[in-house]
Design a protein around this ligand. Structure first.
Ligand SMILES: O=C(O)CCC(=O)C(=O)O
Ligand SMILES: [Fe+2]
Length: 567
C-alpha cells in the first residue's frame, strides 16, 4: 500500500534540487497564439488530439451537460480525502465515478465505486422490492454519460488510426533529419527531472500487478486502438470562485492549477483517455463542498466574459501589448497543460478548452508525459473516460476471491461446529491474503467514503453487506487457524509454518487497521458533515461475543510471536 520511504525521500530531494536550480526562471511553454505551437504539438505531444466542440454529434452536448448538472444536483460530486506521501489531503476537484456496474477505480490510495451506467435498452438493477438502484433522472444522467462513452470508444479509435498512418510517415522523415527543436535529447532525459508531486501524483506502477492484461508491446497502434473499451469515467467538477487557494503551476508559470501534474494511474497500459470539458457559464445550484463563497469574483468574471468577444485575428494586429493581453485572456479559459516527464528542455504545452471541447491522450502519452488542469474563470465539469485496470477491481473478482477462501471452511450443522479443511501453508496464506484484501481494499475503502454511495444509489449496498458476512467468516477462519497453531498436539514442523503465515497476516492486518483508523480520525476527516464523514467499519469492541477475534490484534500477535520463539 505504501511506497518505500527511501524512494519517496529521494524524489523529494531531487524535486527540491531542481526547483532550486530553476530559481526564479521558468521553463517556456507554448499556447496556440505562440509561433511554433503546432510544430511543438506534432513533434513532442503527438499523442494528444483535440476534438472541437462543434464536431460532436447533434444533441450530445445537451444530454451530457444536463447529465453533469444532474449529478451535481444529486450531491454525487464530492471531494476525495486521498493520501499523498502518507498525508491526508482533499482533492481540489469534486468527483464521482460512473461506469460499468460493479467496477471500481483506484487512485491515490482511494478506491472509487461506480455509479452504474446502464446501457441502451437495459433496465438496470432492481432490489427485491423491484425498486431501481437510482432514481430516474440519475439513471438517465448515467445513460447519457454511457452514450458519450460509446461515442468516445469509436472516435478515439479513428483518431488513433488516422494518426498511426501519419506517424509512420513522419517517423521516416525524422529518421532522416536531425531532431527538430523541442525534441527531447537523450541527455536531458537522463540528467534532469521534473517530477512535481502534487495532490494528484501517482505511481506509474500502481502495484496492482495486472500486466497480463496489457496488449503486447509489438501490437501496432491501430490494432490496439480497435480494442478500446472505456469502462469508467471519472467526473470532475470545480468552481474556482469557491476555492480560496489554488496552487500556482511551479515550473512554467502556467497559472492556477485545479489538478496538479500527474500521470493517470490504474489504467490498462497504453490505453487512451478521452475527456469532455464543460465550462458552465452560470453557477449550478446545489454546490458541493466549497471553501468560501465566490461573490467577490463575479465582477472580474463579467469583465473577462466581455473580453471574450475579441477574435484572435484582431488581437494579432494590435501588436505586442495585445499579445500579452491575449495570453492573460487565455488564462481565463480552462486549459490542459502537458509536459514531457523527466525533461526540462522541451517547452510545455497549454491547450485552451472551450466549453464542449474534447481531448484525447493516446498511445503512451500518459506514460511519457504528465498533464495538469489549469483553472479558468468559470465553474467547469469534465468527464474523463478511461480503461481502468480492472483485473482486481471488480465486484465479480472480489466475490470469486471470497468464495475461494470460504471453500476451506467446513461447517458441521449437527455439532454446530466449524473447521478448516486444508492446513497446507500455501492455502492458508492465500486465504489470509484474501481476508486482508477484502477488508482493506473493499470494506474499509467503501466505508471510509462515508455513506455517500448509498445516499443516491443503492447498487453497492447489498453486495457490501454480503462481503461483510464473508469477511466475518474469514475472521472465524483465522481464529480456527490460531487454535491449531496454539495446539501442542499439532505436528511441530507444520505448526511453525502455520504460525509464520498467521503472524505475517496478523501483523499486516494490525498495521492496516491502524492506518485506516488514523485516516478516519484525521483532522480533515473531522471537517466533513456526518453523511460524508468516514466510517471506521468494520469496528467492534474487543469483547464483542459475536466476533471470533478482537479488533485489536496485539495480544494475539504477542502470543504467536512468543510461541515461535519457543519452537
Ligand atoms: O479535467 C480534465 O481535463 C482532466 C482531469 C484529469 O487529469 C484527471 O481527472 O485525471
Ligand atoms: Fe489525469
Amino acid at each position: 500500500m505504501k511506497r518505500s520511504d527511501d524512494s519517496e525521500r529521494e524524489k523529494r530531494r531531487k524535486r527540491r534540487r531542481l526547483l532550486q536550480e530553476l530559481g526564479e526562471q521558468r521553463i517556456p511553454y507554448l499556447s496556440p497564439t505562440d509561433p511554433g505551437f503546432q510544430d511543438l504539438w506534432d513533434s513532442s505531444y503527438a499523442g494528444l488530439a483535440l476534438r472541437q466542440s462543434g464536431t460532436l454529434p447533434e444533441g450530445l452536448h445537451e444530454k451530457v451537460q444536463s447529465a453533469l448538472l444532474t449529478l451535481q444536483r444529486h450531491g454525487c460530486l464530492l471531494r476525495d480525502l486521498v493520501r499523498v506521501r502518507d498525508r491526508d489531503v482533499f482533492t481540489a476537484v469534486s468527483r464521482a465515478l460512473v461506469g460499468q456496474p460493479g467496477y471500481t477505480y483506484r487512485y491515490l490510495d482511494t478506491r472509487l465505486f461506480t455509479i452504474p451506467w446502464h446501457c441502451e435498452g437495459e433496465e438496470g438493477q432492481k432490489d427485491e422490492k423491484g425498486k431501481p438502484c437510482c432514481d430516474s433522472d440519475l439513471r438517465d444522467a448515467c445513460k447519457a454519460l454511457w452514450e458519450l462513452n460509446q461515442f468516445f470508444c469509436s472516435d478515439v479509435k479513428q483518431q488513433t488510426n488516422a494518426r498511426g498512418v501519419k506517424r509512420t510517415r513522419s517517423d521516416t522523415e525524422n529518421s532522416e533529419d536531425a531532431p527538430g527543436e523541442g525534441m527531447c535529447e537523450e541527455e536531458s532525459v537522463k540528467d534532469r527531472l521534473v517530477e512535481e508531486k502534487t495532490i494528484e501524483e501517482e505511481e506509474e506502477d500502481s502495484g496492482q500487478g495486472c500486466s497480463h492484461s496489457s496488449p503486447p508491446s509489438s501490437t501496432p497502434p491501430a490494432a490496439q486502438a480497435s480494442l478500446v473499451q472505456f469502462n469508467v469515467t471519472l467526473i470532475n467538477y470545480m468552481n474556482p470562485a469557491a476555492m480560496t487557494q489554488l496552487k500556482e503551476e511551479p515550473y512554467y508559470g502556467m497559472g492556477k492549477m485545479a489538478v496538479g501534474w500527474h500521470h493517470d494511474e490504474n489504467l490498462v497500459p497504453l490505453s487512451p483517455v478521452a475527456v469532455y470539458s464543460y465550462s458552465c457559464p452560470a453557477e449550478p445550484k446545489n454546490e458541493g463542498v466549497t471553501e468560501k463563497d465566490g461573490e467577490g469574483k463575479s465582477k472580474e468574471k463579467e469583465r473577462e466574459a466581455k473580453g471574450e468577444g475579441t477574435s484572435t485575428e484582431e488581437v494579432k494586429k494590435e501588436g505586442e501589448a495585445s499579445v500579452k493581453e491575449d495570453v492573460e485572456k487565455e488564462k481565463t479559459c480552462w486549459r490542459v497543460g502537458l509536459k514531457v516527464a523527466w525533461d526540462i528542455h522541451t517547452p510545455g504545452l497549454a491547450l485552451p478548452l472551450q466549453s464542449g471541447d474534447c481531448y484525447y491522450m493516446t498511445d503512451d502519452l500518459n506514460r511519457t508525459h504528465q498533464h495538469c488542469v489549469l483553472a479558468g474563470d468559470t465553474a467547469r465539469f469534465s468527464s474523463t473516460h478511461r480503461v481502468a485496470q480492472c483485473c482486481t477491481g471488480t465486484l465479480d473478482y472480489i466475490q470469486k476471491r471470497c468464495s475461494e477462501a470460504l471453500e476451506n471452511l467446513h461447517s458441521d450443522p449437527e455439532k454446530n461446529a466449524k473447521s478448516l479443511i486444508s492446513l497446507l501453508p500455501s492455502i492458508l496464506q492465500r486465504i489470509e491474503d484474501i481476508h486482508n484484501e477484502v477488508e482493506f481494499e473493499w470494506l474499509r475503502q467503501y466505508w471510509f467514503q462515508g455513506r455517500r454511495y448509498a445516499r443516491f444509489c443503492s447498487w453497492w449496498t447489498k453486495p457490501m453487506e454480503q462481503m461483510e458476512k464473508d469477511w466475518k467468516e474469514m475472521e472465524r477462519m483465522t481464529q480456527l487457524l490460531l487454535v491449531v497453531v496454539e495446539d501442542e498436539a499439532t505436528a511441530q514442523e507444520n505448526r511453525r509454518e502455520m504460525a509464520d503465515v498467521l503472524l505475517n497476516a496478523l501483523t499486516d492486518r494490525q498495521q492496516h487497521r491502524q492506518t485506516w483508523r488514523d485516516r478516519c480520525q484525521s483532522s480533515l476527516a473531522q471537517t466533513l458533515p456526518p453523511e460524508e464523514a468516514p466510517v471506521d467499519r468494520p469496528y467492534w469492541s474487543n469483547d464483542d461475543p459475536d466476533m471470533p477475534l478482537p479488533f485489536d490484534l496485539s495480544d494475539i500477535i504477542n502470543r504467536v510471536e512468543s510461541l515461535l520463539w519457543r519452537m
